[in-house]
Design a protein around this ligand. Structure first.
Ligand SMILES: Nc1ncnc2c1ncn2[C@@H]1O[C@H](COP(=O)(O)OP(=O)(O)O)[C@@H](O)[C@H]1O
Ligand SMILES: [Mg+2]
Length: 361
């Protein structure tokens, strides 16, 4: 059987560069070498693309870019369908059957990479251009999900500079605490819980360091729950629901020094300790959100569960973390699905999407 050539993109010009290195390591080491030929393409924090041929372990250690690298570029020409490398003064082209962009956050999960691959006519694992872009933007995704009849937190959106007085006026009617966050972000970078008006402007300025669009949201009382989804519109597999139990503050596990060992303020329960009928409602809401936002392949849908069991949308991560402490693989594992099976199915779905769309393979 001919092997499928998979380009794995990792790293990226994003605040979540390091999380991506760990996620990519999990995916790479779980793909069956008898079935898949891997072409590893690292993107440095500065956005430089390099083909990497060294040991896998150097990826999570972030030493991969020191050696064993060749400059590489995706060719936008659909007839060429692959990458171009420069080595010893010579250009060589390598065909890719599919690309798995194991990239989180901006410039990876937001439709940009997906657009490049669409131009090149290379099937891409996960959500497409529009869906990735919508899910990345917390303002836009909330509008779409609200339109589908699902509750979202009350939000004020800021797009320019603002004074303290204007801010106070804008959020009249909100109760503190509120959450201030970049509309396009991830891993809790630039997110702050603000307990009174004295901290609001500072939190907005911090969020503006990550995105010019900032959301101020009512805080939802209750717990956070998530659903891992794998599949396409009419055939979705949903993992066990998880639940984040916080002792204080908010969820920011990726910013901790040793998240593999423990978290300073959060415990993740998989499966959630929530009545079965409520879990069924959470899963159904997650499926509805996945479909409303046009997701494909895989995504993690994050929601809040209020004290009276109302499900409120938070966000969709179209390329969720795959580290050994990440929620998506843990929810799937609890449902009996391994990372190897997730990665295999996600790749097959990308190839199938492409065939269904009538494009060249
Ligand atoms: N409206 C809200 N109500 C309660 N907690 C929130 C709210 N918004 C964010 N949080 C807390 O902040 C964390 C990070 O915010 P989130 O919107 O998920 O951003 P990111 O994309 O960076 O993960 C959430 O996991 C949750 O703990
Ligand atoms: Mg989040």
């Amino acid at each position: 059987m001919k092997k499928v050539t998979v380009g794995i993109l990792f790293g990226g010009n994003s605040a979540e560069y390091k999380v991506s290195l760990k996620s990519a390591y999990s995916i790479i080491t779980n793909l069956d070498p008898a079935k898949y030929e891997l072409i590893l393409i690292g993107i440095t924090k500065d956005g430089v693309w390099k083909r990497y041929d060294g040991p896998f372990e150097a990826i999570p250690q972030d030493t991969w870019s020191d050696s064993d690298c060749t400059p590489v570029a995706i060719l936008p020409d659909p007839g060429l369908h692959g990458i171009l490398m420069k080595s010893e003064g010579m250009f060589t082209r390598t065909h890719l059957d599919v690309v798995f962009p194991v990239l989180h956050g901006k410039n990876g999960e937001d439709g940009t990479i997906q657009s490049l691959l669409q131009l090149a006519d290379i099937p891409c694992v996960g959500c497409g251009v529009l869906s990735s872009a919508m899910c990345m933007d917390k303002d836009i995704s909330h509008r779409i999900v609200k339109d589908a009849g699902i509750r979202v937190p009350e939000t004020v959106v800021l797009t320019g500079s603002v004074s303290k007085e204007q801010l106070d006026e804008l959020i009249t009617g909100f109760r503190y605490p509120v959450f201030v966050k970049p509309a396009n972000g991830g891993s809790s970078f630039g997110v702050n819980k603000v307990v009174d008006s004295s901290g609001l402007l500072e939190a907005v300025i911090e969020a503006q360091n990550y995105d010019s669009k900032v959301c101020i949201e009512e805080a939802i009382d209750g717990c956070e729950v998530g659903c891992a989804i794998l599949g396409n519109v009419d055939d979705l597999t949903v993992g066990e629901v998880d639940q984040i139990v916080l002792s204080h503050g908010f969820f920011r596990i990726h910013q901790e020094s040793q998240p593999e060992k423990e978290s300073e303020n959060s415990t993740i329960r998989v499966p959630a300790e929530i009545p079965q009928e409520v879990q069924a409602q959470i899963k159904q809401t997650a499926r509805d959100i996945f479909r409303a936002l046009g997701c494909a392949g895989l995504a993690r849908v994050d929601m809040f569960l209020t004290l009276d069991h109302e499900v409120v949308f938070n966000e969709v991560n179209t390329m969720p973390g795959f580290t050994n402490y990440s929620r998506y693989p843990r929810m799937m594992k609890a449902a009996g699905i391994s990372i190897a099976q997730i990665a295999d199915r996600a790749i097959q779905l990308a190839l199938l999407n492409c065939r269904t769309a009538g494009r060249a393979e």
